[in-house]
Ligand binder design. Structure first.
Ligand code: MN
Length: 232
């Protein structure tokens, strides 16, 4: 079993889908024709309404996320990367200019799967337990961490992501452009917010801050972040 960044129950509504998910350790037989698959959403299309509409999910998950999977499969077909786990493909191509296409699509597949898992209906609020203690130690409290995360999401110029990560045992906030992700920098992501315009434009148009605040206050799945911390 490859190292799994997500637990099965976070994503897999159907047990049958498990064997086809490469980063959960797929048997090679399931990967021969189409090595990477679009993981099922951990909730229905309308579950995050009214913060994120079913229409946005339909395009974002059904078109954008799927397109990254399809493009990745086209790019790795017949190469040794077709046999790699998603994480391995990301690490093998990060910072390699001639592999930028594979990196961008592989990282976007991973980033989106991680983003969906980091939200849930009736999420938000404040984290508890070990994660809350870590946040207090690193930021001086939840409010300061929330401000920093919202500022990273709002301050990312152009397309990208805001992240809460473990970096060498220290909790920190960061932002990345385009497909870049903290795995490629040796960090352990706990949570991410997609700030590409396709994540919010249908619902919020140019009001990125409104989208970010609503996600933080109403959708963030702190249990998922806490599980990632426990594994970091
Ligand atoms: Mn996106």
């Amino acid at each position: 079993m490859n190292q799994a960044p997500f637990r099965r129950r976070e994503f897999l509504a159907a047990a049958a889908a498990l064997a086809a998910v490469p980063f959960l350790g797929a048997p090679s037989i399931a990967r021969a024709a189409s090595p990477f698959v679009l993981p099922p959403l951990p909730y229905g299309d309308a579950a995050l309404e009214p913060v994120i509409s079913a229409r946005t999910i339909g395009f974002h998950y059904g078109k954008h996320h799927k397109a990254y999977v399809d493009n990745l499969n086209k790019l790795v077909a017949g190469t040794d990367m077709a046999e790699m786990s998603l994480e391995k493909a990301i690490l093998a191509t990060a910072g390699v200019p001639e592999k930028a296409g594979v990196f961008n699509n592989a990282a976007q597949v991973w980033n989106h799967t991680f983003y969906w898992a980091g939200m849930k209906a009736n999420g938000g609020g404040k984290p508890r337990g070990a994660l809350a203690k870590k946040i207090d130690a690193a930021f001086g409290g939840y409010d300061a961490m929330r401000r920093e995360l919202a500022a990273a999401a709002g301050g990312q110029f152009g397309s990208g992501w805001a992240w809460l990560v473990m970096d060498g045992g220290k909790l920190k906030v960061m932002k990345t452009g385009n497909a870049e992700n903290p795995l490629a920098k040796g960090m352990k992501p706990l949570l991410t917010i997609d700030v590409w315009e396709h994540a919010y434009y249908l619902d919020y148009q140019n009001r990125r801050a409104d989208y970010v605040n609503a996600v933080l206050d109403k959708l963030v799945n702190w249990d998922f972040a806490a599980e990632n911390l426990a594994r970091a």
